[in-house]
Design a protein around this ligand. Structure first.
Ligand SMILES: [Zn+2]
Length: 599
């Protein structure tokens, strides 16, 4: 998700022409000092010195979002005590929009701006500061002078008492770890900063110096992590043919329960559960997250949809290609582990089965096309509600499944000679390296067709722009596999609702489109009280012995009022697919399987 490109996309040579010029144009210099005098109360204090100005007014802006996380987060909501001054003289600086301060520089070439940022939102894309450490999401910390996104800046960090380390991919100035520089704002905003007493270790892989900053403790085995993370780095570098970084930083936030990650050009921030490293599943999940975010350093950070860089930090940046940027990355996060021998074919196929079952049990699969899920990420995926399961589909899960179909198509069409890897490498070389820009929808499709050796119009019409049923058997068949629904013959009764316990009460949290609850009017937030007059305990147990077509009465409490609904039970339409090898695969199927799963 982002703009970045080392060779910045610049821009803007008209910068000194907008206002009356009262000084000769100089070289603009921007320097931030970040301190934490009240870290315990979750504040970062920012001082911004700008010199070399030659204009009578200056608009300072805070981005409204951060690349990679497609939601307008309104970072300016956490800003307070903004002031601007020059030589001891306070400058007028009214806000003129939600994220813009309009400073009357009055001809001064140097000004000092101060503001505070409240940092108490735990996530990989928001800042968090307490007495133990400071994590700065740069887009929510550093304001930029309007129309100067191409300008370099320096950042000096004054740590809170007892903090002794800074972890960030921003390069040091004069070998001082507390002073860093960014060649432009796209890179500054793409470089989160961790300050504290994190456990830092490193390893070399693919010609890159990797740094891992572990925050919050955990039962991780450092030596094992170094070895396994290096394998992932090597495996992913081999797909693209080069690793464009010299230095890469993993910032890992360990919590009682944590997860998720955000990719950057030369770093990533990961959330993890501190006690889960020792379990097979927990460790696998962590490596899978590492593989996902690290894969992004190519896919989306450099090889990217054309609108994702240079960025508009004031508004939504719409793309129909997140199924490639995120879905393909989700596909590779598991495949790379398999190819690096960090998981078995069985574990890999289980992950695929999980993705298929997730999307096939989601009524929204038949409503929202993949391209639309991507475009509407800003208002739907990132703003889910109780009806999301009925109306939308994840461009991660379905995108990963689509990537698998395309990979199998290419491997089959080339008789095991090529794979989706070749498309990724070709697209990276062509659009990031040669053309130094993002790809359009059509260009990515052409890249796929080049290697699939077949026209993909129909494929796109059905699976990207349409909601057709996915022909899993055809594609898995290429590799000598099939799949079947273990519940196909079942006639189990169901109400088509999801429940959550709340102080001993059973509260409806979702009503599935087309299910019994949907048709007969059970609502989200209803408290399920009784079925046929018997107080509700376990719903499945209570439906034992019933069959589709049976009529029951469901008593609910809705907004404090009792209500009894007549409900006709329907068949539980849940599917549970399983992938199985075909009994007698032919040579071609075996060669596809070997290439796909690295047997
Ligand atoms: Zn991702």
């Amino acid at each position: 998700m982002k703009t970045f490109l080392k060779t910045a996309f610049c821009c803007l040579t008209f910068l000194f022409m907008q206002n009356d010029i009262s000084h000769a144009a100089g070289v603009v210099k921007i320097h931030y000092t970040v301190s934490f005098p009240e870290a315990q109360a979750h504040y970062a204090d920012i001082e911004m010195k700008i010199s070399g100005l030659a204009q009578n007014t200056l608009d300072l802006k805070m981005p409204v979002w951060t690349p990679g996380s497609y939601l307008v987060r309104e970072y300016a909501k956490s800003v307070e005590s903004f002031s601007a001054a020059s030589g001891g003289q306070v400058l007028s600086s009214p806000k003129i929009s939600k994220n813009c301060w309009h400073i009357a520089t009055a001809g001064h070439s140097s000004i000092i701006v101060k503001y505070r940022v409240y940092c108490f939102e735990v996530s990989v894309r928001t800042s968090f500061v307490d007495a133990a450490h400071g994590f700065l999401s740069s887009a929510g910390t550093f304001m930029y002078p309007d129309k100067m996104l191409h300008e370099p800046s320096t950042v000096h960090i004054i740590p809170y008492k007892g903090w002794d380390k800074v972890s960030t991919s921003l390069e040091m100035v004069n070998n001082d770890p507390f002073t860093r520089q960014a060649p432009n704002y796209d890179i500054l905003y793409d470089s989160p900063i961790e300050v504290g007493n994190q456990d830092v270790f490193g390893f070399d892989a693919a010609g890159v110096k990797y740094e891992v900053a572990m925050c919050g403790g955990g039962n991780y085995d450092k030596e094992k992590l170094k070895k396994d993370m290096a394998k992932i780095a090597e495996q992913e570098t081999a797909i693209f043919g080069e690793n464009p970084n010299k230095h890469y930083v993993f910032i890992v936030h360990n919590y009682a329960r944590g997860g998720g990650g955000l990719e950057h050009l030369s770093s990533t921030v990961l959330g993890a559960s501190r006690d889960n490293y020792a379990s097979d599943q927990g460790y696998h999940n962590f490596l899978s997250l590492v593989a996902h975010e690290h894969f992004h350093l190519w896919n989306v950070k450099r090889l990217r949809p054309i609108v994702l860089g240079p960025f508009d930090y004031d508004n939504e940046n719409y793309t129909t290609d997140l199924w490639i940027a995120e879905g393909f990355t989700a596909y590779y996060q598991n495949l790379v582990l398999r190819h690096a021998n960090l998981s078995t074919p069985e574990v890999y196929l289980n992950a695929v089965t999980g993705e298929i079952n997730t999307i096939e049990n989601q009524p929204g699969l038949k409503i929202q096309p993949l391209a639309e899920a991507s475009f509407d990420a800003w208002i739907k995926s990132y703003r889910p509600n109780e009806n999301s399961i009925n109306t939308g589909i994840s461009y991660y899960d379905k995108g990963a499944v689509i990537a698998m179909l395309l990979d199998l198509e290419i491997i089959n069409d080339t008789k095991g000679g090529k794979s989706l890897d070749d498309v990724m490498k070709y697209m990276y070389n062509t659009y990031y390296k040669e053309k130094n820009r993002g790809y359009t929808d059509v260009e990515f499709k052409q890249g796929l067709e080049k290697f699939a050796g077949t026209n993909l119009d129909e494929f796109y019409k059905k699976y990207i722009y349409g909601t057709d049923a996915i022909d899993y058997k055809k594609y898995l068949g290429y590799a000598g596999y099939t799949l079947y629904d273990e519940l196909a013959e079942s006639n189990d009764p169901g109400l088509g609702i999801a429940l959550a316990g709340n102080n001993g009460k059973k509260i409806v949290t979702a009503v599935l489109r087309g299910g019994a609850g949907w048709i007969d009017g059970i609502n989200v937030n209803d408290e399920l009280v009784a079925i046929d007059g018997t107080p509700v305990t376990d719903i499945n147990t209570m439906l034992n012995g019933k069959k589709p077509g049976d009529k029951i009465s469901v008593s609910v409490n809705r907004d404090g009022l009792p209500l009894t609904l007549p409900v006709t039970i329907l068949r539980n339409n849940r599917v549970k697919y399983k992938i199985e090898p075909l009994p007698h695969p032919n040579t071609r199927q075996l060669s596809v399987r070997n290439k796909w799963l690295n047997f």
